[in-house]
Write a protein that binds this ligand. Sequence first.
Ligand SMILES: Nc1ncnc2c1ncn2[C@@H]1O[C@H](COP(=O)(O)OP(=O)(O)OP(=O)(O)O)[C@@H](O)[C@H]1O
Ligand SMILES: O=P(O)(O)O[C@H]1[C@H](O)[C@@H](O)[C@H](OP(=O)(O)O)[C@@H](OP(=O)(O)O)[C@H]1O
Ligand SMILES: [Mg+2]
Ligand SMILES: [Mg+2]
Length: 341
Amino acid sequence: MAEKTFGGVIGYALAPKKQNSFIRDSLVSLAKSRGIELVRVDSDKPLADQGPFDCVLHKLYGDDWKRQLREFQSRFPNAVILDAPEAIERLHNRISMLQVVSELQIQDRTETFGIPKQIVIYDKATLMDPQAGESLKFPVIAKPLVADGSAKSHKMALVFTRDALDKLKPPIVLQEFVNHGGVIFKVYVVGEHVRCVKRKSLPDVSEEKTVGVSENLLSFSQVSNLANHDAGNDSDGYYRLMHLEDTEMPPNAFVVDIARGLRRALKLNLFNFDVIRDARYGNRYLIIDINYFPGYAKMPGYEAVLTQFFCEVMLKKEQEEQQGESHVPVSTKDNEESFQV
Ligand SMILES: Nc1ncnc2c1ncn2[C@@H]1O[C@H](COP(=O)(O)OP(=O)(O)OP(=O)(O)O)[C@@H](O)[C@H]1O
Ligand SMILES: O=P(O)(O)O[C@H]1[C@H](O)[C@@H](O)[C@H](OP(=O)(O)O)[C@@H](OP(=O)(O)O)[C@H]1O
Ligand SMILES: [Mg+2]
Ligand SMILES: [Mg+2]
């Protein structure tokens, strides 16, 4: 007997760049073969006037969009919004983003995890205070506090000395740089599905480099998205190509435990997180970044994973409807149910 499928219509509201990379023909046709229709949300019309959609998939920012989602949800209480904007917003600030890591508990593992030591600086006066950054070991990475998808929010600086801090523009997070062998692990989460991949990262910094460095601040942006040839700038001996294939992956069960714990705590279905392995210990892992709706198309076989997830969403929605439940996930209240397959 053929497997029963639960089809439906999914409206997607994505910025043009995201739409181009994510909505590929290969995804659209695979989803269609399982009864899922992917339809673009027209940004020139109110969301609530469009559809009907069983589900809205979105990565847009701002109060107007949040209002549109609320209106849509009140008109279509059974529709699923992936994900709730208030849950996503937690990832727009690099402090609240990582706070959730301390809530996680993972048992029976020899590996440990956490986040690098970090502080937040809101204004120039605090930054200029000689005590600023005193609790941190240099080098540090200065990151914009806000992670709102803008190019600016990805502009980082590796800061070698305290006196270089005056070149920075608050509000910023200063995070201790941790040597990790130049390779980062990106863990993609799609509902219950978890996939870990390796990517190029910043190379280790030696003590001598910190002392003798000619520049006391180095700016960079989206280093893990660079193609191999872009990351090589051997002339100053700083960047070098990394041999990703030589790096051992973290144990899969450990990564999956963290991913599922984060997913529950964040009440999100679609995100990835960046993990580095602290070179001083070998079994200590640090989570340094969490991103909403990342570049899934970079994940091999993303079409099958996303299609399966869409089917699970439709199945769960159907089951909830049969039980006479509606989920109104657009809320920050702690006791509110979020939609998770
Ligand atoms: N504490 C750290 N120690 C060592 N390297 C780090 C640290 N924090 C960040 N990095 C390096 O800097 C890169 C960018 O940092 P981060 O991931 O926080 O920025 P982002 O712009 O939010 O990245 P993404 O493009 O994944 O959203 C990381 O991929 C990693 O290579
Ligand atoms: O558009 P913003 O909100 O800046 O989000 C980015 C994330 O921060 C990155 O993590 C995504 O790249 P990765 O999938 O390689 O992490 C990156 O993927 P993309 O460049 O393929 O869209 C973006 O999703
Ligand atoms: Mg990152
Ligand atoms: Mg990020």
